[in-house]
Design a protein. Structure first.
Length: 506
């Protein structure tokens, strides 16, 4: 199949097969994020790009896009701080949310943000007062019904209102740049921007009649990811958008666009595990397949079955049958697909993996903090430059093992090899391993890592050991290292504790 040949999906799968992290988890291929960014930039080089941070706000992704020269469409204080922390210059931030607290406008202005989108006179007045002299765009309401996740009526004002507000913006000492619109997300029709561009041109013309020249046009996001349908390439969208602009605008405006999904969707893969397969009756045609991820664990976009992800299992190619797919929580709405005709292999059993493809957008950021006790979706990264993966953020895992055979706990060579092997499998770079055997018994092993350190201390007389793995950055998985040591020792786990340092998006 075409979609299976996406190299990013292969790289994410290879990471998962090799490392076996706990599921559910999202793996992002940073090289694929960079490629997607470059493809979009090259398709529409005349437009300034503002990545819509909400699509995936991982610091690693933001940092990479800062280096690639992108700007950022931010929705509030936390996204502004995130981008600045990752090195974005405030001139490259666009505060695109039209629903803002006055304090947040003031915060943005203090941080150096000078570009805002509004769609109401109250917000415009806040901007004029708290962010004087800033560049502003007025968002107009467009029909987003062709979108697979339409925006309804929440954002944007009528074009006639926009004309009044942009005129007023100039009177308030602001710098009115132009009209903005967002056609809604996941558009498979490159012609979907035409009506918005036409409306924006009309606003621009009417404002010009009042003596104010608007120089810009912000065409928002809406470019697709590769779900159940292979979408047209970015170049087709660029050609359609360019043709619409040429048709409706007498002189070419300065273009801006705000892709979110198209930058990250195809760079991510979620691995989930089957929790339960059941039939509601002996004669029921469809099986119910319950996964360890659902609507609250990151698959929020399955609401109304808007986004139909591609699924893969290790049994693909064997006989299959129709299924209803559901999540693991005790919420009756936590059903992923019951109308969309999904089929999965008849051999599928509890414990098997189901991979969810092109899941890099609107997943991690939508997962709940702890609904029903399920933790937020963890993210792992592959690819990217070495320092694009956070160096400071890290996890310290402390574990106490019990009921280990005493002779293993007195064998310094075995323990050193066990620790080194576990650390390497868990993605850490081992620089040096030293061990000391104490009389009459007991061993200490210390490993120095590029990512920090790890150690084992044993108490053969009690059959117990303490294991401590601390790694900075995202490459190494300290929980996995501890789990592998435990498997080698055949130990019971008496206690484990994880200490997080720094910002973690997982
Ligand atoms: C969410 C959003 C985007 C990004 O949309 P995608 O469909 O993910 O490209 C762009 N602009 C605005 C204003 C948004 O709210």
């Amino acid at each position: 199949m075409v979609e299976s040949s996406l190299p990013a999906m292969e790289r994410c799968r290879a990471f998962l097969d090799e490392r076996g992290p706990r599921t559910p988890c999202l793996v992002i291929d940073l090289d694929a994020v960079r490629d997607a960014h470059d493809r979009l930039r090259d398709a529409l080089p005349e437009a300034r790009m503002y990545y819509a941070v909400k699509a995936n706000p991982s610091p690693e992704i933001v940092r990479l896009l800062v280096r690639a020269g992108a700007g950022f469409d931010v929705a509030g204080r936390a996204e502004i701080e995130l981008c600045l922390d990752q090195g974005a210059r405030p001139e490259l931030l666009s505060y695109g949310n039209t629903v803002k607290k006055a304090d947040d406008v003031a915060f943005a202005y203090r941080a150096g943000v000078r570009r805002f989108t509004f769609d109401s006179s109250a917000d415009l007045e806040n901007i004029a007062e708290r962010a004087p002299g800033s560049t502003v765009s007025c968002r107009i309401l467009v029909d987003s019904s062709g979108s697979q996740t339409p925006f309804g009526q929440k954002f944007g004002c009528a074009p006639e209102t926009a004309v009044d507000l942009l005129t007023r913006a100039a009177a308030l000492g602001l710098d009115p740049e132009g009209a903005a619109f967002h056609v809604g997300s996941q558009h498979l029709d490159p012609g979907a921007w035409d009506a918005g561009i036409a409306a924006a041109a009309e606003v621009t013309r009417a404002v010009a009649e009042r003596g104010i020249t608007l120089r810009g046009l912000n065409i928002g996001g809406g470019l697709p990811g590769r779900y159940d349908t292979v979408p047209p390439p970015p170049a087709d969208y660029a050609a359609a958008i360019r043709a619409s602009v040429a048709r409706h605008f007498p002189a070419p405006p300065e273009l801006a666009f705000e892709p979110g999904r198209a930058v990250v969707a195809d760079a991510g893969l979620i691995r989930s595990e089957v929790v339960l397969v059941s039939r509601k009756s002996a004669t029921a045609a469809r099986r119910w397949v319950y996964l360890d991820i659902g609507r609250y664990g990151g698959l929020a976009e399955t609401e109304n079955e808007a986004i139909a992800y591609r699924l893969e299992t290790a049994h693909d190619g064997t006989p299959d049958g129709p299924v209803v797919l559901a999540g693991p929580t005790c919420d009756g709405d936590d059903v992923l697909y019951q109308r969309t005709p999904y089929r999965l292999p008849l051999a599928l059993r509890a414990g098997d993996h189901v991979d969810i493809l092109s899941a890099g957008a609107y997943t991690q950021s939508y997962s709940s903090v702890s609904f029903n006790g399920f933790p937020p979706l963890a993210t792992h990264f592959v690819g990217g430059e070495p320092d694009e993966v956070g160096e400071f953020t890290g996890r310290h895992v402390l574990a106490e093992f019990s009921q280990v055979r005493p002779e293993l706990l007195d064998d310094a060579t075995f323990l050193s090899e066990t620790l080194e092997c576990a650390l390497s499998k868990a993605g850490a770079t081992v620089r040096e391993v030293t061990s000391t055997r104490f009389e009459p018994q007991g061993v200490t092993v210390v490993a120095l890592l590029s990512e920090s350190h790890a150690s084992i201390h044993t108490y053969p007389e009690r059959g117990s050991a303490f294991v401590d793995v601390f790694t900075c950055g995202r490459r190494a998985d300290p929980e996995l290292a501890v789990q592998l040591v435990r498997d080698q020792l055949g130990a019971n786990v008496a206690r484990t504790r994880t200490i997080h340092r720094g910002r973690e998006s997982g």
